[in-house]
Design a protein around this ligand. Structure first.
Ligand code: KG4
Ligand code: ZN
Length: 379
């Protein structure tokens, strides 16, 4: 089926445009087709969890090689699911950074190569902007402005989002990200990789009141986070309790109780800082994004706190909390529809780069030339 009116350049009538989204920043190959009027038409995800599990974490070179194998079959499967063909695509959005350099290069090369072959535009998307805008995939979608709590494996940030592309950093982690703390603590508890979801599952049966772990920077009078001390406190607790258990071997619920106590400590800090960010900005709308946003305890506590101030909280659908192609397609589509982006569609040369380290605010202020493509089809 052909979608009537699909655009061929970012400037060319983006009110009707089918965007292919490609996410390859870490250990998930995410592909999606997002139509500017009809919404999300298809999305596919291949997780490399099994590939990296035996190493206890992501092996970058293995990740890149696996993306190479998955990306084209997933694009074809998405097109079939959406009953579209390659020529219906009007724009290709890909994760340009931050992430693993080799993994990013796979998505960028495929996106730029395919865009060149089809004579359409490609746009590099900031991975965190994808997460930030992912709640717009839910219904009802949040209105701007809002405060976003971005909590992933590499980031713990609070952002004020005034509109698409207008982001102000309110707070950041001074050391580990929340997801990293989940993953490292899960490893201590022998839960393997990836740790966050496994720790959350174990915590369901635990007693969160049993151990009082620190709430780092809870009273720091700013919106910054710190999670490495909490992780160390959890490590000390595990060691001490295990030693004690050797003498007194009847504590079957120990690990679940530690998991629950740890989860509640992280959630309490994230909730307190999110509420402080709402107060500081005078906003009442909170959006939660990133993999840790899938955590049910965090969601329950946040919802209760936001309800107390008669505010609103939005979560992306669970499948779009962690890395996925839909958020990249959506962010690329929204970005390209901005007037200031549309003017920057032509490129003079075919070289491109990825940005393994990339500040989101820098991205917000530096979008000229971000959309690279070809006017018309004479390529
Ligand atoms: O956003 P994401 O998929 O990838 C990054 O960009 O980092 O986030 C992955 C992180 C991992 O640290 C993972 O352990 C954590 O999100 N995570 C969770 C849960 N699901 C994923 N942490 C706590 N509870 C969960 N249910
Ligand atoms: Zn992510």
């Amino acid at each position: 089926m052909s979608i009537p009116g699909a655009c061929k350049t970012p400037g060319g009538g983006l009110s009707e445009c089918l965007t292919l989204g490609i996410e390859t920043s870490c250990d998930e190959t995410g592909i999606a087709l997002y139509h500017s009027r009809r919404g999300l038409l298809a999305h596919k995800l291949y997780s490399q969890v099994a590939l990296h599990a035996e190493y206890g974490g992501v092996v970058p070179e293995l990740a890149s090689r696996d993306h190479i194998q998955r990306v084209l079959p997933l694009i074809m499967a998405s097109l079939r699911e959406a009953s579209c063909d390659l020529h219906d695509i009007g724009l290709i959005a890909y994760t340009e950074g931050p992430g693993l350099a080799g993994a990013l290069l796979v998505g960028a090369s495929v996106a730029r190569g395919l865009a060149y072959a089809l004579g359409i535009a490609a746009i590099g998307v900031h991975h965190l902007e994808g997460h930030l805008l992912s709640p717009l995939l839910s219904s009802p979608a949040p209105r701007f402005p809002f405060v976003a709590l971005l909590v992933s494996g590499g980031h713990s940030q609070l952002m004020k989002v005034a509109e698409i592309g207008d982001y102000t950093l309110l707070g950041d982690t001074v050391d580990d990200a929340a997801g990293e703390a989940f993953d490292k603590t899960a490893q201590l508890l022998g839960l393997g990789y990836p740790g966050g979801p496994a720790l959350a599952r174990l915590a369901e049966s635990g007693n969160a009141q049993r151990f009082k772990l620190p709430r780092p920077m809870l009273n720091s009078n700013d919106l910054n986070f710190s999670f490495s001390g909490l992780k160390t406190a959890a490590a000390t607790l595990v060691r001490n309790e295990r030693n004690r258990n050797e003498r007194n071997n009847d504590d079957a619920s120990l690990l679940a109780d530690i998991a629950a106590s740890f989860e509640v400590a992280i959630a309490e800090v994230l909730v307190a800082k999110s509420m402080a960010a709402l107060e500081q900005t005078g906003l009442k709308r909170l959006v939660v994004a990133g993999g840790v946003g899938a955590n049910q305890r965090l969601r329950t506590s946040l919802s209760a706190a936001v309800e107390r101030i008669a505010g609103e909280v939005y979560y992306p659908p669970l499948e779009f909390c962690t890395d996925n192609g839909a958020m990249i397609a959506l962010a690329g589509s929204l970005r390209a529809s901005q007037p200031r982006e549309a003017g920057a569609s032509a490129i003079e040369n075919l070289s491109f780069a990825v940005k393994p380290r990339w500040d989101l605010q820098e991205n917000a202020g530096d979008r000229q030339g971000a959309v690279a493509g070809f006017q018309g089809t004479g390529v």
